[in-house]
Design a protein around this ligand. Structure first.
Ligand SMILES: Cc1ncc(COP(=O)(O)O)c(C=O)c1O
Length: 437
């Protein structure tokens, strides 16, 4: 048995007792529990890269506005389902200032995280046209959105974009859309888990095929502005957050408070629909929503039915954060740049020790450094690597659980790895490499 930072006997015993047959196929929550147990039994701290949760303090502007709103008594009152006017107005300004798209405040709908925004969208988009009952995911992607489809009994199709970047994306998308069953195309940008960012050429292709086949594009901007290769932090000044909204009016965006503003605990996001999509009428909606206008069906049908709106005080927080960004008094990207800086260092540590980056290019550009990156060790499958990492006190998740066809890759998240652990990560990966060469 090789010399490893965590004794093999401890790891093997806990894995056997957990009942998990294949560690590589376990869910994030199962991996988390396993690691907690190994940490307790061995007394060794893991370098934890499995969970995609923010690792920074919540945006102060938001916290102060939320406390003030609570003191004013908003906790006692139901919020308007469509959102408080201050938030809707600041959201429309934000979309203009940072994406350069014109939307009416009416179309900016607060949701309980992007999680609920996604669910509300899927539940409504699938009812717009009887013959279009399927979502198309451009993968890899966020596994919980597929879970939403499963619990709702909704259909989806998916493909890994790895082999279909650039101009190749058009033919791949058309091969699905020409069948006529797809209502929406869904992806995140920057992408969880791979951190690829679509180029303008790719966004244009997505927009053009969406127009040609009249499908909606559901663009998940959970990591808004966090492609740190471009500084999009100045209100009203280019460059802007790239978006398919430049190329089609069939878009709905999800803008989350969780990562950009470290506001995950308060569960707030915005769904923003184009002026055209919000107003579009679909007679097939009527049996389910008693109305045919899509935007109103989402608010007064779906959001009403799920949660009757969003926490009142969190809306005041988000309104204040967006106002400060719009007024230029708060540069949110300065707060989150830390993720990119850490990723650059951590990627180098992996690569210096025999690992390769799996998703590595956007067009001819190297991938941005950000919240996630993907790694593989030549000759090892992701399942083997994940299991083997347990002996080295390192955790991550398998890319195959995110719809990736790259069976060798893992996703690493930088947020919960403090800088003080970098020497430990380096030492462990060095030993790993020596033991596996
Ligand atoms: C791509 C993507 N979408 C949505 C979410 C969920 O965001 P929220 O916290 O706003 O529900 C996440 C969180 O990790 C994500 O990575």
């Amino acid at each position: 048995m090789k010399n490893t930072p965590i004794p093999a006997a401890i790891v093997d015993k806990i894995v056997a007792e957990s009942g998990i047959k294949e560690v590589g196929k376990a869910s994030i929550r199962e991996v988390k529990r396993l690691i907690n147990q190994i940490e307790t039994a061995s007394g060794e701290e893991f370098v934890r890269m499995e969970m995609g949760i923010p690792g920074l303090p919540a945006c102060r502007v938001g916290v102060e506005a939320q406390i003030e709103a609570l003191k004013q008594g908003v906790a006692a009152l139901y919020p308007d389902i469509e959102g408080i006017p201050a938030l809707k107005n600041e959201a429309a300004r934000f979309v203009k200032n940072f994406i350069d798209l014109d939307v009416n405040p009416e179309n900016c709908i607060p949701t309980v995280g992007s999680m609920m925004g996604g669910m509300a969208g899927f539940m409504t988009f699938v009812r717009c046209r009887k013959e279009r009952d399927t979502t198309l995911f451009i993968d890899p992607g966020f596994p919980v959105q597929k879970q939403q489809h499963r619990v709702l009994g909704l259909k989806y199709e998916t493909f890994d974009v790895y082999e279909h970047r650039g101009q190749k994306l058009r033919a791949k998308l058309e091969s699905y859309l020409e069948k006529g069953n797809i209502h929406s195309i869904m992806y995140s940008n920057p992408n969880n888990p791979s951190w690829i960012c679509f180029t303008d050429e790719e966004l244009q292709i997505i927009g053009e095929v969406a127009n040609k086949y009249d499908v909606f594009v559901f663009e998940d901007l959970a990591y808004f502005g966090m492609d740190f290769r471009n500084d999009i932090s100045k209100p009203g000044v280019a460059p802007f957050q790239p978006s398919v909204g430049k190329y089609t009016e069939n878009y709905a965006l999800l803008i989350s408070g969780s990562k950009a503003f470290s506001y995950a605990g308060e569960r707030i996001a915005l769904m923003v629909m184009s002026n055209k999509l919000y107003k579009r009428e679909f007679p097939d909606l009527v049996p389910y929503f008693r109305m045919s206008q899509l935007g109103r069906a989402i608010i007064y049908g779906t959001v009403y039915a799920i949660s009757s709106g969003v926490s009142h005080s969190a809306q005041y927080a988000m309104a204040a954060i967006l106002k400060a960004c719009n007024d230029g008094t708060y540069n949110y990207l300065d707060d989150v740049r830390e993720y990119g800086e850490k990723a650059a260092i951590m990627k180098k540590i992996f690569m210096d020790n025999g690992f390769v980056i799996v998703y590595d290019k956007d067009g001819d550009k190297d991938l941005a450094d950000g919240f996630y990156f993907t790694v593989a060790y030549p000759g090892m499958s992701s399942d083997e690597l994940l299991h083997e990492f347990l002996y080295y006190g390192i955790s991550a998740i398998s890319l195959t659980t995110c719809g990736s066809e790259r069976t060798e890759g893992l996703r690493a998240c930088v947020s919960l790895t403090p800088r003080r652990q970098f020497p430990i990560l380096e030492e462990r990966l060095k030993l790993f490499n020596e033991n596996h060469k």
